[in-house]
Design a protein around this ligand. Sequence first.
Ligand SMILES: Nc1ncnc2c1ncn2[C@@H]1O[C@H](COP(=O)(O)OP(=O)(O)OP(=O)(O)O)[C@@H](O)[C@H]1O
Ligand SMILES: [Mg+2]
Length: 488
Amino acid sequence: MGRLDVRARTHLDSTVCYIAREDRPQEQVTIRELSLSGALVDGLSTQLSEIFAIRPVLPGSGEVELLAKLVRQGKTGAAIRLFYSDHDTMQALWVHIRDNLSEENSCPYCGHPDGSREGSCDKCNLYLNFAKNNYLERHIENTFAQRLNIRLSRLNLEHIQKIIHFVDSKLLKIQHRSPDKEFVGTSEGMLSVFSMIRKVAPTEMSVLLLGESGTGKELTAKSLHHLSTRRDGPFVAVNCAAIPETLLEAELFGYEKGAFTGAYATKKGKFESADGGTLFLDEIGDLPASLQAKLLRFLEDRLVQPVGSAHSRKIDVRIVAATNCDLQRAITQGHFRTDLFYRLNSFTIKLPPLRERGEDKVRLAKYFLEKFSCSENRSMEFSDDALDAIRNHSWPGNVRELENKVRRGFLMAAGTVVDPEEMELARYEDPGVGAVDCKSGPVRKDQVIKVLEQNDYVIARAARQLNISRPSMYALIKKHGINRGDMK
Ligand SMILES: Nc1ncnc2c1ncn2[C@@H]1O[C@H](COP(=O)(O)OP(=O)(O)OP(=O)(O)O)[C@@H](O)[C@H]1O
Ligand SMILES: [Mg+2]
């Protein structure tokens, strides 16, 4: 590979100052060769790894200051690397280099015999129009990837992973855990969902989303869209179960004026509205047989024919479909076409039900409470009992049900703490209490107080001594009317 900067012969008197060592006297040196990234200097006595300032006097612009570091000392002089703190200095140096370039009829980067200073070199492709005002910007842009590559080739895998992490998290602010900050989850099931979303989003594959009602299928479809190259195109959602069968075809594929009674004007269908973007077909299991055939045709040739039109139109749409019904069963019962199923099923993401997401239940509940609190400028939290109730509820309605319960709790709580009752959730009764009661009879009030005193009224420790859970300990305290003001 050739060089990435052009070099000019020159004779620049310069002063060198040792920034970190004020006691060291200044030196007078001469720059004999100069490029944007470095120089060859006579008379320099510095050590390797020392950073110093060099101040060449440029004819025309006067003295400029750059930071520099020694790369090597040789018989022909010292090679130094230059660092810039501002663009003006770089520009001034470039003007000096440009004015002192030799008049050779070859590319000054790679030596290719191309004397013209128009456009880019045929061999190394670097920009040669030195006279242009924007030369410097173009040159830096041009060589950026190559400079990066040179450095990358010296790194090991661990360095590269650190850099990717830095770029993602600090510069691009990409969340590693979920595709976006509104998609909450760190349970094993959800991490696997996020990883699948990230893998399939940038492709053109159709995706089928399966999962119980309220598990986040629509949220997943939106994430797929936002992480795809279609993110600037439209995201159009159609609920196939919500539109009467007779209207669905016109709604999806559009119609021509006069196609049927009431078609007063030509209307675009959802496919066309989603052109260049993503079409989310929700409740795909409810798509009538005639439209299943039409959708299959679309997936095969990407053509859309509006109702009443003799012509088809090519549409560029990615299909994401979702259902909470058992498509395999619908196939066996003859309600869903096998060929369409296999077309859509090429990549399937199954959203786990909330009851299988462990502590995500609590994470989601806290996320929703914070969201509602922020929108109303209030600060709310859950009581320990509320968190236990959330953990132990069976959540048939999944995330949507959780969101609704939290919203209710947020609205109903009188103070700043949400209790289970305010979310209409049953308090969790730890079976452990029964077990203790069965073995040794009910724990008396004086026993409870004694254990509390022994444990400095720290509930968790007292509960441990009685071999019961914290909620059970609270239940005992409440049952005996012990003053909670004394507790820690
Ligand atoms: N992991 C999650 N993080 C944050 N919010 C979520 C998550 N999953 C779902 N939600 C929220 O829960 C609600 C229901 O989600 P969504 O509409 O995507 O579910 P769905 O599977 O399409 O439901 P349905 O089958 O009823 O159409 C939405 O308000 C959504 O924003
Ligand atoms: Mg939905």
